[in-house]
Ligand binder design. Structure first.
Ligand SMILES: [Zn+2]
Length: 259
């Protein structure tokens, strides 16, 4: 809980709070100051303001993805959609009967902007990075080893192996409306190598939540290649290969998670 004191105001509407009335309050669980929800993470809000708040679902998801994954005495906190917090058994070590579960897949905002950035760079590769003298076959070779969206295709194939079916959904609200059983939120970070900084690294994190926005598992795959360490096999360091390797890491963890 945030420090609650007489005279504090609601973080949503800025009006005074009755601290003995119905409020939603959390401890400081968002550490990134650039996060628009940061100032709400160590604050109190009117219960009624919270219910109508446009960021409610994202706030609940972030709470459950951070505070909700910490275990004390075999229990962990779970924030319900109305902002109240309950203690539930910390048993998210496996996904039972995953082959019967219908999965929704959400790309996090970070993943979406990573992909957008990579697509812009791929376009630049195809155009010879603005160098009109670069031969067409070299431009084609630059572009051939790049397919930023391939990582999503590979993850989709992987999820199809583990779950009954996979549907892309935009956000938690769409997931809840869809009636699907489980949602996978995909985070993606990429260091895109250049000839001057020839390291390519891909970090994929898949967070699994049930239909009550309760976290039930996580799978992570990290891969990195440095072209200079392997100069005789061009293409080995390509974005495509590193993405595929990172997905294999996710696959290994998901296999342990899904029963
Ligand atoms: Zn309020």
């Amino acid at each position: 809980m945030a420090l609650i004191y007489e005279g504090m105001t609601c973080a949503i509407c800025d009006q005074s709070l009755d601290i003995h009335g119905a409020i939603v309050a959390t401890t400081h669980f968002i550490t990134d100051e650039s996060d628009p929800l940061w100032r709400f993470s160590d604050a109190a809000m009117h219960y009624s303001c919270f219910q109508q708040w446009q960021h409610r679902e994202e706030f609940v998801r972030k709470y459950n993805a951070t505070m909700g994954t910490m275990i004390w005495d075999g229990k962990r906190q779970h924030m319900k959609m109305d902002g109240s917090i309950e203690y539930v058994p910390a048993d998210f070590t496996h996904v039972a009967a995953s082959r019967t579960k219908r999965l929704g897949m959400i790309l996090s905002n970070e993943a979406a902007s990573t992909l957008k950035h990579l697509e812009e760079r791929t376009k630049a590769a195809r155009q010879g990075y603005g160098d009109p003298k670069l031969r067409q076959d070299i431009r084609d070779r630059h572009a051939a080893h790049r397919d930023p969206r391939a990582v999503i295709d590979l993850l989709t194939l992987l999820f199809r192996e583990k779950f009954a079916d996979v549907t892309r959904v935009d956000d938690f609200q769409a997931f809840r409306a869809s009636g699907l059983d489980i949602v996978a939120v995909v985070d993606l970070r990429v260091v895109d190598g250049t000839s001057r900084h020839p390291l390519t690294a891909v970090d994929i994190r898949v967070h699994l939540f049930d239909d009550k926005a309760c976290k039930i598992g996580e799978a992570r795959g990290i891969a990195r290649r440095d072209y200079l360490s392997n100069p005789e096999t061009p293409g080995e360091d390509s974005l495509l290969n590193v993405q595929a390797q990172a997905v294999r890491g996710v696959a290994a963890q998901l296999t342990l998670l899904c029963k």
